[in-house]
Design a binder for this molecule. Structure first.
Ligand SMILES: [Zn+2]
Length: 428
């Protein structure tokens, strides 16, 4: 593939004061403010419009869309099942009639409860330009979002708009980007897992540095993956939000609180388990449920793991954020005690990396105690886990566009085409 300097998706964030964007789930609401928002019925039908996707026929576009949906549908530990209906929207939706099915361009919320879940093929990019400004379709692949209400548990419906202009990307990247957007549509946030938490060279931000493209999840803020498949971390994120009825027969749970020596919660850190035999990794963000406890929870396939923690990459704020504490560069994920150098949970007896055995249908629970003054793990291994507590009420800041500008300038120098997607949820 030829690296090109194109921003494939607009970074936007519809900010509202009670919205939390969390590791794993994208929106935390519910009566107590600690519930990951999802679709109540995991069988979700999206209705595609009748027109073509630029030079791609409607039929062929529907096949690409179905391929992206099937990546999520095929996760055996999740109940999600998304399907495409071509009969409800019988017209070609374009810049002249999109207001009949899509929300308002300025965050307005019309058409938010007509059960359409429209997928719109924006053949000439004019709808994307209408939402994000003239020229946006030069570098925006598409965007997707779902509607929720303050205190609610469920999305009412969602929508996706896909750019039909020829932006010079391969079918694989196209499917990965649609898959990423559909991930946000279903309620998934970005994730970082075991990627170097400060991917840079000489202080400049570079991304997709890992030698193994397969190490990057689809829900990484940038498309660094190079095959149209999900990473284990993607599968677990989806399964956590839409668990199959028999999920406990096939996965175990590792959970606890990430705390400092005084027992205080460490907020917004990347906590991830790495399987010792395969290197497969699954991540969570500490305190992703906004309980002020540092709570993390990982569904894991049976096996032996090491538990790691580090900080979120400082590039990943604003529309690229990971977890509920990364809205701006001044948010908790990027301020003291962060940055936390990657640290592995230690065994109290051997003083070496602890090997944690996960068995299906069992929960392993302990607190991960970090001496953040020296960035070392404390050997305390207690079994106090979970925790309740009031919901936080984080105010979202404006997305950081400084990062974006930096990345735009660097794109031509990186080895792969990648890109960030719009991460949205919309208030009803
Ligand atoms: Zn995204």
């Amino acid at each position: 593939m030829t690296p090109t300097a194109k921003l494939l998706c607009m970074i936007t964030l519809v900010a509202c004061s009670n919205t939390a964007f969390s590791g794993g789930p994208l929106v935390i609401q519910g009566a107590a403010g600690n519930t990951p928002v999802k679709y109540q019925n995991p069988a979700i039908t999206v209705n595609v419009e009748a027109g073509d996707l630029g030079t791609t026929s409607n039929t062929d576009a529907n096949m690409l869309l179905q391929e992206a949906l099937d990546l999520w549908n095929n996760v055996s530990t999740s109940a999600l099942n998304m399907s495409v209906d071509t009969t409800a929207i019988t017209t070609d939706i374009d810049e002249n009639n999109f207001t009949t099915v899509l929300p308002g361009v300025n965050g307005g919320a019309q058409n938010n409860n007509d059960n359409l879940n429209p997928v719109i093929y924006d053949s000439n990019g004019a709808i994307i330009d209408a939402f994000f400004g003239n020229g946006a379709s030069d570098n925006t692949l598409g965007f997707a979002a779902s509607f929720f209400s303050i205190g609610g548990d469920f999305f009412s419906e969602g929508f996706a708009v896909i750019n039909g202009r020829d932006l010079g990307i391969t079918n694989t990247d196209f499917i990965l980007l649609i898959t990423h957007e559909i991930g946000h549509f279903t309620g998934l946030d970005h994730s970082q897992i075991n990627i170097n938490n400060q991917e840079n060279i000489s202080g400049l931000p570079f991304i997709c540095l890992s030698t193994m493209a397969s190490n990057y999840p689809v829900m990484y803020p940038f498309i660094c993956r190079d095959s149209s498949s999900l990473h284990l971390d993607d599968e677990i994120s989806l399964s956590s939000l839409y668990p199959a009825a028999d999920i406990d027969n096939n996965l175990g749970i590792l959970q606890g609180n990430l705390v400092n020596l005084a027992g205080d919660a460490i907020l917004g850190a990347n906590v991830f388990a790495v399987k010792t035999t395969t290197g497969e990794a699954v991540s969570s963000v500490s305190d992703y449920l906004l309980q002020d406890t540092g709570f993390y929870k990982l569904y894991l396939p049976a096996g032996n793991y090491k538990l790691h923690a580090n900080s979120i990459n400082t590039l990943f704020n604003g529309g690229s954020s990971i977890g509920p504490y990364a809205d701006t560069i001044l948010s908790e994920s990027f301020t003291t005690p962060h940055p936390i150098t990657e640290t592995i949970y230690q065994d109290a007896v051997t003083n070496d990396d602890a090997i944690i055995t996960i068995v299906s249908n069992q929960t392993v629970a302990f607190n991960f105690v970090l001496d953040v003054t020296v960035n070392e793990v404390d050997n305390t291994n207690n079994t106090d886990t979970g925790g309740s507590g009031g919901g936080s009420n984080k105010i979202l800041g404006a997305p950081s566009f400084i990062t974006l500008l930096l990345l735009l300038g660097l794109l031509a120098t990186t080895r792969r085409l990648f890109f960030c997607s719009a991460k949205q949820a919309r208030l009803l």
